[in-house]
Design a protein around this ligand. Sequence first.
Ligand SMILES: [Zn+2]
Length: 211
Amino acid sequence: MNYKIQHIPFSEGKRPGIKINPKYITIHSTANEKSSAQNERDWLVNPSNNRIASWHIAVDEKEIIEAIPLDEIAYHAGDKRGNNLSIGIEICESGNREKTLKNAAILVSDILYRKGWDIDRMRRHFDWSGKNCPRIFNYNNWEGWTKFKKDVSLELSKMNASTWAKTPWDWGVKEGIIDGKRPKDFATREEVITIIYRFKNKIENIKNNKL
Ligand SMILES: [Zn+2]
């Protein structure tokens, strides 16, 4: 899926450039059934938009747009702590909902994986300020939120090596023999031979006392 970086210019109320060290991911939905990720991004820089409100990443049925670097503050949580401590993700309500939620689950699991976090780092906007957001998950006492966390957990499990394979996997990554991605995915013939080739080079380097 397409991950676009379209950082907005520095501005008060949207992107002041204050550095943060996020500990959570806060999930929102846009509360606009017509607005795409690109529409949301364009709205941030629309001259008539005077609200103190912004977000880091928006995701829709076809793409992901990062509008503010993840180590800078954005104003999305309606709460000082939420803004200071979390990455804000807007899930679009436009287009194909199933595709959008799949993209969102992959996006969130990818951030969790890269940060070394688990799904206990996920927050709703609701958790910070009590706002009914992400409203798309608020049915049957937030059943949609429970389901979404499960979907993220499933995507995350595909990214982590199984317990039994963890020692060789971590060794392979540390030695530069494998890239550390997609542990549960199939390997192509060219990937297999590349792994063998890297291992051969490593052995030859050891033999030649280069290491
Ligand atoms: Zn929200």
